[in-house]
Design a protein. Structure first.
Length: 139
């Protein structure tokens, strides 16, 4: 889908556009996770746009293992559900951003937050349940 280098460069461009100041590393990482989530969703929407040929399907025989592509509508619904979760419990929403969109492990997030991996795993399960319920309700 998007290379890590491209994601990093695009994120840097969004950071440099604003003169944001962060009091600590945790808030910076949280902001970076939200920026990366927004970038990924914007790129998916752009890829599927009709004016960019999103309605056309090029058929070819692919000899490589198929790569899964996320559905832009599903990602948009996920983003909205995450925004609702952030309004109720910002800590859980940030965990989802860091784990799902940034690819951090529980150990890395625990070190960043100063908590145990078991606590994060419980929070992860709680966030997943809330998001699955919100996504099921929005269908």
């Amino acid at each position: 889908m998007v290379s890590p280098t491209t994601l990093l460069h695009e994120s840097y461009l969004r950071f440099s556009a604003g003169a944001a100041q962060f009091p600590d590393k945790e808030r910076f990482i949280g902001y970076a996770a939200r920026v990366m989530r927004g970038l990924l969703i914007d790129l998916l929407r752009e890829r599927r746009a009709l004016k960019r040929g999103g309605g056309f399907h090029i058929t070819q025989l692919n000899t490589e293992v198929a790569e899964t592509h996320a559905n832009p509508e599903e990602m948009s619904r996920l983003s909205e559900a995450l925004d609702e979760l952030a309004a109720k419990d910002a800590r859980l929403a940030e965990l989802v951003d860091l784990k799902y969109f940034c690819g951090y492990t529980f150990e890395e997030i625990a070190a960043l937050r100063g908590s145990s991996t078991r606590t994060l795993q419980r929070d992860w399960e709680k966030a997943r349940l809330i998001l699955f319920q919100k996504l099921a309700d929005s269908q």
